[in-house]
Design a binder for this molecule. Structure first.
Ligand code: ATP
Ligand code: MG
Length: 1038
């Protein structure tokens, strides 16, 4: 309620207790209208729900609404039938008390719809489990069955309930629906035979004809035309636009299946429905003796076939009546009126008992199979107060029932209000209200109540009639303030308005004038014994059950209909008194079933007779508003700095502080034990307005907090997501790693296997290894190939590639050689050829050879100055014409005498060997090659060599320093002895003169035929010097 308080100016008040002008019915109706126009059909009077029939479907009963109202405090949300259902359900569960919802209102006000919504809420809000679903299904499906057989189109309501219904839903200790039980009250059975213009019989007749398959209809001996049946055409409105009989019949069939009606039972049931229609078509004519004769036997035959009853018996029962007088049975034929009465009585009786049987059958299917203690929640959907043009016995009973319910309502609401004040320790202020007990007593009182007088009249011997009954009423009740008849009326206008066969009751809800006609018959509810016997003999299981033999044998007269009704009402009151009640008061906004019309007068009338003003007055007598301290404090604590945001004391103390802060006057409120009571709505509104203003500030705070909270939540979600992502990624990464490791292990294993089997012929085990080895080796080889012909390294090949390796090596060498060869110039080639000669001369013979191999020979070893000098002097002055210099190099010459060393330049031409003075360019020796007889070197690594000369040949020899023969052999020394000697051998063509002396000494010739000796020794360092013995000593480093 509080949530909606601020909306009050726009849509009226949603709880009438907040209505300022609460004693004014106009203000009450105005509030209802305001809300009706805003499509708000529900309003509270405290805990009572007032519902205005919208005559249009609002989408406010869906699953979403069930969830909104589920477990929410009654006052927290706008009024709704679900809130009532939820409160009832929770109080039943929470307080462990049986509960009941009493729905009242006039015909068409929406009682049945309200009861269905409550059932829908209960079904939707309880748990979904298989066996519970079955129970819920049955509870829900019991409605279409009972509506088909017990509802009819009336001028007020296209789906008017023509019986009273009280349904108990049973819940187990967990609050789960486990079963149900239905009590039915006074079916308007007269409708089977008669109904007013514009009205219809019970729906099932039309549904069967419209929806039955041709096969079913032919079995039931029915045609598809409802107009053919007398009982269906009384109101001349077989078809109703708002109803779809065909579709509804299918629903009923489905519901019968759900509620455990077997195929045989359904067949028997529809046979009875069809039989009632055939009964209506039986016609009588008067014979000469004034007795009734059946004109057409086919309906009788149909009935006997359908119910399994001997045709003769039925026919006789319809035309005769057996009377027992003084122990003797006598058959008395009926006249036409009596026969018609008997026929209709049979039709009504059969249908009424069928309806009771159906309720029993539904109850069997709803009966909880579990034997346990159940909590109960009852829903009472009973006919509302009725005033027709002509009001008969049925209206009398219905209005009596409403008087009883109003009694209960007054008692319970006043009582509970009083109890609440007592409980809370608040002084109770008495409220004046009309107590309708006086009317209830007028109807049911003994010995002078209307029912008692009617019963007495029915039972007395003689010829009681409706007229005599009215006389008795006038006699006994003429003075009663709530009873008026033509004869007892003191006021002329009243007398004129009441017929002589009428009486008027001043009900709490208004005056109703009843026509006395038929009262006694209906009260007697006579069904001739013959017809009962005929029915008890039927083979149809239902009729034989409904008309048991035991009933026939029972000689005791059954209670009259009114007494039965009174008793069942008394039982109902007891049931209701024993339960915690909730109220739904239904109002219809107009008489035309229109969704856009709110007729003040009609609503005003209903408000009055439903006693809503009194209800409100009682509620407001003390205090308009009451709430538990916790709720009040919780809502308004922000209005006081001492209570906001938390109050440390009890809720009551908090509220005390709060109301003092808000400056409530002493008269404005009372503090109960658990609740605060506020007397005037304006006080509450002022508080609420202050709260609405305060809410803006609070909203900003809440917003800020919420934003922070939302951000935090978002962050946490992100963090969580990141962690989740991380962990997933780690898992993926770990899986990949595992896979890689596995693969690697496989590889390694394969590699090892391959290695083990590497020398075997290629097979699965070694195939990859071999390929890998080949690949690996060849790749390595590619990068490590020898760079030149002299580079002899070659990567060692694995066993299985040895041969390949050798082939490749060979190939590679050839290639290198080829390219090397191609790159060699003729000059270089010549030098190399000289090297080859050097090899043949020195290899294996002289120690220093191997060292010399690497260095290429050159054409000159002179430095640039020496060369310049050679060019300038030698070419121009010394060499002979045509002579070509082949080689030049510095050498050391040792004199033959004294072995003095001198620096000389050795020049080889194609004819001579020259020794030139290094400084002066003078020719010191010029030796034609043919004079050279020997070229001697030692086998050691020294640089000394001796050129022996033929001393005898003087022909071409020239000696610049003196004749050669005078000097002897040339002793020369050079670090490039190999090159020097080789060049001399080549240019001088002296290969045969060359000799390596492996002795420790070389003897050389000196001028004059003398001999000198050169000794070779190994020592620490290399040196050439004259030894003490006069020899030249060549010391070779070791
Ligand atoms: N809450 C509602 N929403 C929409 N339509 C409704 C509602 N309540 C009632 N109606 C409409 O009003 C019609 C009459 O309602 P309902 O049958 O419940 O009346 P009733 O009070 O049970 O009447 P009676 O006493 O004749 O059985 C319904 O058939 C439906 O069309
Ligand atoms: Mg109804």
């Amino acid at each position: 309620m509080e949530n909606e308080l601020h909306k009050r100016d726009h849509t009226g008040v949603q709880d009438f207790v907040l209505l300022e002008d609460f004693t004014n019915p106009e203000a009450f109706v105005e509030n209802l209208r305001k809300r009706f126009n805003a499509n708000l059909i529900y309003t509270y009077i405290g805990p009572v729900l007032v519902s205005v029939n919208p005559y249009q479907n609002f989408d406010i009963y869906n699953e979403e609404y069930v969830q909104i109202y589920r477990n929410v405090n009654f006052y927290e949300l706008p009024p709704h039938i679900f809130a009532i259902a939820d409160a009832a359900y929770r109080s039943m569960r929470g307080e462990n008390r049986n509960h009941c919802v009493l729905i009242s209102g006039e015909s068409g006000a929406g009682k049945t719809e309200a009861s269905k919504k409550i059932l829908q809420y209960i079904a939707a809000s309880s748990k979904h489990m298989r066996d519970v679903e079955q129970v819920k299904d049955r509870l829900l499906q019991s409605n279409p069955i009972l509506e088909a057989f017990g509802n009819a189109k009336t001028n007020r309501n296209d789906n008017s309930s023509r019986f009273g219904k009280y349904m108990d839903i049973q819940f187990d200790f967990k609050g789960v629906p486990v079963g149900g039980h239905i009590l039915n009250y006074l079916l308007e059975k007269s409708r089977v035979c008669h109904h007013s213009d514009g009205e219809r019989n019970f729906h099932i007749f039309y549904q069967l004809i419209a929806g039955g398959t041709p096969l079913l209809l032919s079995k039931l001996r029915l045609t598809k035309d409802a107009e053919k049946y007398h009982y269906l055409t009384q109101g001349k409105s077989v078809r109703v636009d708002a109803l779809n009989d065909h579709k509804d019949f299918n629903h009923v069939k489905h519901a019968l299946d759900v509620c455990d009606f077997t195929a045989q039972e359904q067949e028997a049931l529809f046979s009875i429905v069809a039989s009632v229609l055939h009964l209506g078509n039986i016609r009588f004519e008067e014979n000469d003796d004034g007795l009734a004769n059946i004109t057409d036997f086919s309906p009788v035959e149909n009935i006997s076939q359908l119910l399994g009853c001997p045709e003769g018996v039925l026919q006789s029962a319809l035309q005769n009546r057996t009377i027992e007088a003084k122990g003797e049975k006598m058959k008395s034929p009926l006249n036409k009126d009596q026969a018609l009465y008997a026929r209709d009585a049979l039709a009504k009786g059969v249908y009424d008992r069928l309806f009771t049987w159906i309720v029993k059958k539904v109850n069997d299917s709803l009966n909880s199979r579990k034997r346990m203690k159940c909590s109960l929640m009852g829903i009472l959907d009973i006919y509302g107060f009725e005033i027709f043009g002509v009001n008969s016995f049925e209206q009398f009973c219905i209005n009596y029932c409403n008087e009883k319910l109003q009694q209960l309502f007054i008692e319970l609401t006043l009582k509970s209000e009083q109890e609440e004040y007592q409980r809370e320790g608040i002084a109770w202020e008495k409220v004046d209200y009309f107590n309708n007990k006086i009317i209830c007593d007028l109807v049911e009182g003994k010995p002078v109540g209307i029912i008692a007088i009617m019963d007495e009249e029915c039972l007395r011997p003689g010829e009681p009639t409706d007229g005599t009954f009215l006389e008795k009423l006038n006699l006994n009740l003429g003075q009663h303030p709530h009873y008026v008849s033509h004869s007892s009326a003191t006021d002329v206008t009243a007398r004129k308005s009441i017929g002589r066969d009428e009486f008027r009751l001043l009900h709490f809800a208004g005056q109703v004038t009843y026509s006395i006609q038929g009262f006694l018959d209906k009260n007697n509810d006579t069904l001739f014994r013959d017809l009962k016997e005929a029915m008890s003999q039927t083979s149809n299981k239902i009729t034989s059950q409904c008309f048991p033999q035991a009933e026939l044998q029972n000689k005791k007269r059954p209670n009259t209909a009114a007494t039965q009704f009174k008793t069942s009402l008394a039982q109902l009151m007891e049931i209701l008194m024993s339960k915690e009640p909730s109220y739904v008061r239904c109002i219809k906004p107009n008489d035309y079933k229109r969704s856009d019309q709110f007729d003040d007068q009609i609503v005003h009338h209903q408000v009055k007779y439903l006693g809503l003003m009194e209800n409100l007055r009682v509620r407001r007598a003390g205090f308009a508003y009451r709430r538990p301290y916790e709720i009040f404090l919780n809502r308004y604590k922000s209005l006081c700095p001492s209570t906001w945001p938390h109050f440390d004391g009890t809720a009551k103390e908090g509220v005390e502080v709060l109301v003092n802060h808000l400056q409530y006057s002493n008269d404005d409120y009372r503090l109960g034990k658990t609740k605060l009571f506020i007397r005037f709505p304006r006080v509450l509104f002022a508080t609420e307005d202050a709260f609405q203003l305060r809410k803006h500030d609070l909203a900003t705070m809440v917003q800020a907090r919420y934003r922070g909270f939302a951000q935090k939540k978002k962050f946490q979600t992100w963090k969580l997501s990141a962690i989740r992502l991380q962990s997933h990624w780690r898992r993926v990464a770990a899986q990949r790693l595992l896979r890689r490791r596995k693969q690697a292990a496989e590889r390694v294993r394969g590699f090892i296997k391959g290695f083990i089997h590497r020398l075997e012929p290629e097979c699965d085990e070694n195939k990859h290894f071999i390929q890998y080895t080949k690949y690996n080796y060849l790749t390595k080889l590619k990068n490590q190939l020898p760079k030149n012909v002299l580079d002899k390294h070659w990567p060692p090949a694995p066993q299985l590639l040895k041969e390949t390796s050798e082939l490749l090596r060979d190939l590679c060498m050839r290639n290198l050689t080829l390219s090397y060869v191609k790159s060699i110039t003729p000059a270089r080639k010549a030098l190399m050829e000289e090297k080859v000669v050097a090899e043949s001369l020195f290899r294996g013979k002289k120690e220093s050879y191997s060292k010399s191999v690497a260095e290429m020979f050159a054409e000159t070893r002179l430095d640039s100055t020496q060369q310049d000098m050679l060019c300038s002097t030698f070419d121009s002055k010394i060499k002979e014409p045509g002579e070509k210099v082949q080689y030049s190099a510095p050498v050391t010459k040792f004199d033959r005498h004294g072995y003095k060393s001198r620096k000389r330049l050795l020049v080889l031409t194609d004819k001579h060997l020259y020794l030139l003075d290094e400084k002066s360019d003078l020719v010191k020796d010029k030796l034609p090659f043919q004079q050279i007889t020997g070229l001697l070197t030692s086998s050691l690594s020294d640089g000394l060599f001796v050129i022996t000369i033929n001393m005898d040949d003087n022909g071409s020899k020239e000696n610049i320093d003196g004749p050669l023969d005078s000097k002897g052999d040339l002793i020369l020394h050079s670090d490039r002895v190999i090159e020097l000697v080789t060049k001399t051998v080549i240019h001088g063509k002296k290969s045969e003169a060359f000799r390596v002396i492996s002795d420790a000494s070389i003897t050389h010739g000196i001028s004059g035929g003398k001999k000198g000796c050169i000794e070779f020794t190994r020592g620490q360092t290399s040196a050439v010097k004259k030894a003490k013995n006069g020899n030249l000593c060549v010391m070779v480093a070791q």
